[in-house]
Every structure is written in C-alpha cells, then in structure tokens.
Design a protein around this ligand. Structure first.
Ligand SMILES: O=C(O)[C@H]1O[C@H](OP(=O)(O)OP(=O)(O)OC[C@H]2O[C@@H](n3ccc(=O)[nH]c3=O)[C@H](O)[C@@H]2O)[C@H](O)[C@@H](O)[C@@H]1O
Length: 393
C-alpha cells in the first residue's frame, strides 16, 4: 500500500504513513465523490451538457422573431407563470428577483435552459442589460408582505420603476408595468372602469403599495411623453393559482390552506366585502396580449366573477371537503369594500377576456396546495398583520 499525499485544512502538505493512510478503496471512493460533485457543480453553472439534469424542450424561434425579454419579479407567483409562457414560446428570458417574496423553486425548471438567465438583483438599484421588452412586475403584492417594510415597498415601486424606465429608454425596449386594482382604493364606482380615478387614503397602511403604483403609472406616462418610451400599463385584479406563496396571507391561499388542514377559516370583518378573482393563466394571456398589442392606455386585467368573502369561504370549504369552522376576526384597516373588474377596454382593445372559470382555477390551486401542505407537514397561514415573508426558497 503506497503512501498518499494529502492537503491539510491549513494548506500544508502532509504525508500519511501506511499505518494511517486510507486504503486504495477508500481513496478511490473519495476521488469518485469529488468527481461527481465537480460534475454536478459544472452542470449547474454552465450551459447544458449530456450530464445536465433536466432541460425542457422549447420552440426554436428564428433570430428575427426571438426576443430578449426581461421579467422583473420573475421568480414570484405571477412572474414565474409569465416566464413559463415566454420560454415555451422560444424567447430569451432574463429574470431579475431579489427573492423577498419570489422563490427560486418557481423557476428552477428553467435553470439549465440556454435561453434562461436568473439574476439576483434588487430593482431599486440600476442595472445595465440589452433587452427588447421589459415586464416590470417586481414588488411584494400581498398586503401583509407589502406592509412589512412600507418604505421599501415605496422604493420598489418608485425607484424600481424609474430604473426600469431608464433602461427601457436607453435600449429602446417596450416596457409593461404591472399596476393593480389597488390604485382604485376603496372604490365608490362599481365595477371599476379605467376612467375611474380612485379613492385612496394617502396616509393609510395600504398607501405604500397603492400610491407607489399610482406614481409608477404617472412615471410611465411621463417617460412616454417626454422620452417616447413605448409603454403598457396593466391594472391587475385579484389573481390566484399554483405557486402563490403558502404564507402569502391573501384570501385564496389562506382559505385553501385552512380548509385542507380543517383549521378555522379566518374572515376579516363581516364577510360582506367583495372581490372578483381570476386564474393566473388568464392574467398571463392578458399581459402578453397587452404587451404585443397597440394600445398604450391603462387596461384592467381581471375576471369580473364577483363573490362576497362569505360566499368564497363556503365555496372553498366545500370544494376541499373540509370540516373547517368559519370565524370572524376584526376587519383590517382601509380594506376595499367592493372590487370588480370592468373589462370592456380589454375586450375592445386587446381582444382579451378570461376563459378559466373560478371553479376550474380553484380545483388546480387546491391540488397544488395539497402538495405544499403534504411537503410542509403543517402550514400556519399568515394573518392580517404586516409580516416578513417566510423563507422557503
Ligand atoms: O390578490 C390580488 O391580486 C390582490 O391582492 C391584494 O388585495 P386584496 O384584495 O386585499 O387581497 P386579499 O389579501 O386576498 O384580501 C381579499 C379580501 O379577503 C379578506 N381576507 C383575506 C385573508 C383572510 O385570511 N381573510 C379575509 O377575510 C381581506 O380582508 C379582503 O377583504 C393586493 O393588495 C393586490 O395588489 C393584489 O392585486
């Protein structure tokens, strides 16, 4: 048995004598383990090789029609579904995400695809990239999450949008802003058309998000008129589907998670408030149509199917076959009392309307959360108070 040269942890070469040396078999095993680890590292960090674990086949677009598309917040719930569509359509996609509420798991299936790049970056800082289109989605959207650090939420919507508009201007990219139905505040007009100016409490707990998005819209139109930037503005209404953060705290994820575990379903207030809910695939279709159409005024993207929170709780409990009790907690501050998308503009200008019913969408979402609950053992849903998103990259 020959002696082996070894490297000690402090870097000094050391010599094992035959008494203390690992035998040949052990040395081979260590070398093999190192080789496999090196290969795995290489495969995870470089373009696909025959050893790369999993590369999804996508359409191969000719250079002339393949676009470089930036998706800020692309590892989030909505962003990751949008990325799936853009990748499947054969485009090159760059995802920027700071992983505050986004999760690597949402996009990990693309990590080895040569058309895909994932960059950990906070949009409040500028970035230089060459792209043709920008979907600017980055911002926490769940009330407990966006209220956790309101100053950061404001910076994300303001500085983040300025940075993305600056980039769009420099590289002449078209930019789409993910705005929100929240810009209508607690609406006095029902349903809400784009021409309604809204009713927002400028110093309330939701203002960091609502006002941030309102000024983001203002910036979009300022860059359009002053710098000829090509803009699109989507006002997104309540959206649900797989990959919602399990601790998101929003009504769909909370009610499903509570029902699946036979825990109390928590209604804030008396449950007479209303929302209209759309499935995420419909939203993604709407965003892509808006981006690639000719209309550059704000467009509501939502499903007008409106429910009281009471009815929605019963519906989800029934669909889950759950024994949960419904409990009523104090209402949350500045909660909009009614919300329903008027989608006349979307139908007329971009030929879009939702095609997935709330029931179909809920079935898929319940299936997804069954898996999440099973994997986690137990999920304690986020309550109404401001809270930092839980890990779970
Ligand atoms: O889901 C969305 O797309 C929207 O969600 C939030 O707006 P909000 O309508 O307040 O959404 P939820 O937090 O899901 O609340 C909906 C209603 O259910 C109630 N709720 C929520 C959670 C819960 O456990 N129980 C409960 O009664 C809320 O008080 C509210 O009245 C965000 O602020 C929007 O940006 C986003 O577009």
């Amino acid at each position: 048995m020959s002696d082996l040269d070894g490297q000690s942890s402090n870097g000094h070469k050391q010599r094992w004598n035959s008494a203390s040396a690992p035998d040949d078999h052990e040395a081979k095993r260590i070398r093999l383990e190192r080789f496999v680890a090196d290969q795995q590292l290489l495969a995870s960090q470089s373009i696909p090789t025959p050893h790369t674990p999993h590369v999804i086949n996508t359409v191969r677009l000719p250079d002339a029609s393949r676009k470089k598309i930036l998706v800020t917040g692309g590892a989030g719930f909505v962003g990751s579904h949008l990325v799936d569509r853009l990748m499947a359509d054969g485009h090159e996609v760059v995802v920027l995400d700071n992983f505050f509420t986004g999760r690597k798991a949402n996009v990990e299936h693309w990590l080895h695809h040569p058309n895909f790049s994932l960059v950990r970056h906070d949009v409040t800082l500028p970035i230089l990239l060459e792209v043709d289109q920008i979907y600017h989605l980055a911002c926490p959207a769940s009330p407990p999450h966006y209220q956790y650090n309101p100053v950061k939420t404001i910076k994300t919507s303001t500085m983040g949008t300025i940075n993305m508009l600056g980039l769009a201007k420099r590289v002449k990219a078209r930019i789409l802003l993910a705005s929100t139905s929240e810009i209508y505040g607690d609406p006095t007009v029902h349903p809400q058309p784009e021409s309604y100016w809204g009713n927002v409490n400028t110093i309330g707990v939701r203002a960091c998000y609502d006002e941030g998005k309102r000024v983001a819209e203002t910036m979009m139109y300022a860059y359009k008129s002053q710098n000829n930037v090509e803009i699109r503005v989507a006002r997104i209404f309540n959206t649900f589907g797989p990959r919602m953060h399990p601790n998101d705290g929003r009504v769909v994820s909370n009610f499903i998670i509570q029902s699946l575990q036979n825990k109390d379903i928590t209604i804030y207030g008396d449950g007479t408030y209303t929302r209209s809910f759309q499935y995420v695939d419909d939203l993604v279709n709407g965003l892509i149509k808006l981006m690639n159409g000719n209309y550059d005024m704000p467009v509501n993207i939502g499903n007008p199917d409106e429910y009281t929170i009471n009815d929605f709780a019963t519906k989800i409990r029934d669909m889950c076959g759950s024994k949960s009790e419904i409990v009523y907690l104090p209402k949350v501050a500045d909660d909009p009392t009614q919300r329903k998308a008027d989608i006349t503009t979307a139908k007329r200008e971009i030929d879009w309307e939702p095609t997935v019913t709330v029931d179909e969408g809920l079935k898929k979402t319940i299936e997804y959360f069954k898996g999440e609950v099973e994997a986690a053992g137990e999920i304690i849903p986020t309550g109404p108070d401001a809270v930092k998103p839980k890990g779970g990259k």
